[in-house]
Design a protein around this ligand. Structure first.
Ligand code: ATP
Length: 279
């Protein structure tokens, strides 16, 4: 039995003439312990896909199975790191994370929960800001709180919707490594949505492109055969890295061009003459 299965998923928003089919015929199978990255274009339906897997949305047709059971609701087993960090503004950094871990581990003692909060706040280098409220933090710091909050809940599957996009290169690199550590040490399963091919190659076992929407569907998968732990600097000289990177970028450019061709519609304008126009 696959760990996660998406079978013939279609998702349409709206009704009748104003309806749009955002996702079409999405099929994906993930094994336990795998790290898969989906690389997609802006507005192609990446967040929709994440919400279907998470259980926040239901497909128009098709099914999402998590460990063989249809996904009908959200669950602590699947932790999502969203691109918009959705922190509660009236709570401090520590309280935001505390609230999440208390919900995930209702039987744990306050002392142990606090220890967990501090551990994850330190992991994202925010210990000095633990008593600050979100409005006192930069966007990147808030994003780090959101990463810590999701990981502190210890989910079996980590689902990431472009979680590191707003961060500077150094913080981004550190968090990529932290997520990889947690994934490998705690034997998690991870799905990363990203628009950064290099991030996908560095982190994932497989990269699957999501074609441009509407009717976005998944393209062919690219396996990343680079030994772990991966070293970013050494990877630049790795022929396998260069070959895979070129193939993915070429594929994305080709489907991007196809989209442009499809949208090259010719519009006929009515022949109007402004009233005040004097020839
Ligand atoms: N609740 C909704 N109702 C109607 N249309 C929606 C809804 N949510 C998303 N859409 C539309 O579906 C399409 C895909 O949206 P989605 O947010 O899934 O894409 P995305 O790839 O995550 O976008 P981005 O790259 O901007 O984060 C967009 O055209 C969006 O306008």
């Amino acid at each position: 039995m696959a760990y996660l299965e998406l079978n013939n998923i279609y998702k349409t928003y709206g009704e009748g003439d104003s309806s749009t089919e955002v996702l079409s015929n999405i099929n994906l199978t993930m094994d336990e312990g795998e790290f898969v990255a989906i690389v997609g274009f802006t507005g192609s339906g990446k967040t929709t896909l994440v919400n279907l897997i998470n259980g926040l949305l239901q497909p128009t047709s098709g099914e999402v199975l998590f460990k063989g059971v249809p996904v009908t609701d959200t669950s602590h087993e699947r932790g999502v790191i969203f691109q918009n960090y959705s922190l509660l503004p009236w709570l401090t950094v520590g309280q935001n994370i505390y609230m999440a871990v208390k919900e995930a581990f209702p039987k744990e003692r306050k002392k142990d929960l606090m220890k967990r909060v501090k551990e994850y706040v330190a992991m994202v280098s925010l210990s000095p800001a633990i008593n600050k409220r979100p409005k006192e933090l930069s966007g990147g710091m808030r994003q780090r709180v959101a990463v810590a909050r999701a990981l502190a809940m210890n989910p079996e599957m980590i689902i990431m919707d472009e979680p590191l996009g707003a961060l500077d290169a150094l913080t981004r690199g550190n968090l990529q490594d932290e997520i990889l550590n947690i994934w490998s040490q705690d034997k998690r399963t991870a799905l990363l949505i990203t628009n950064d091919v290099d991030e996908g190659i560095y982190m994932a076992d497989r990269i699957i492109p999501l074609k441009p929407g509407p009717n976005a569907t998944l393209g062919p998968e690219f396996k990343i055969d680079i030994e772990r732990p991966r070293d970013k600097t050494a990877m630049n000289d790795n022929p396998e890295y260069k070959k895979t990177r070129n193939s993915i970028i070429e594929y994305l450019m080709d489907i991007g061009d196809e989209r442009k061709t499809v949208s090259d519609v010719e519009y006929k304008l009515p022949e109007l003459t402004p009233k005040s126009f004097v020839a």
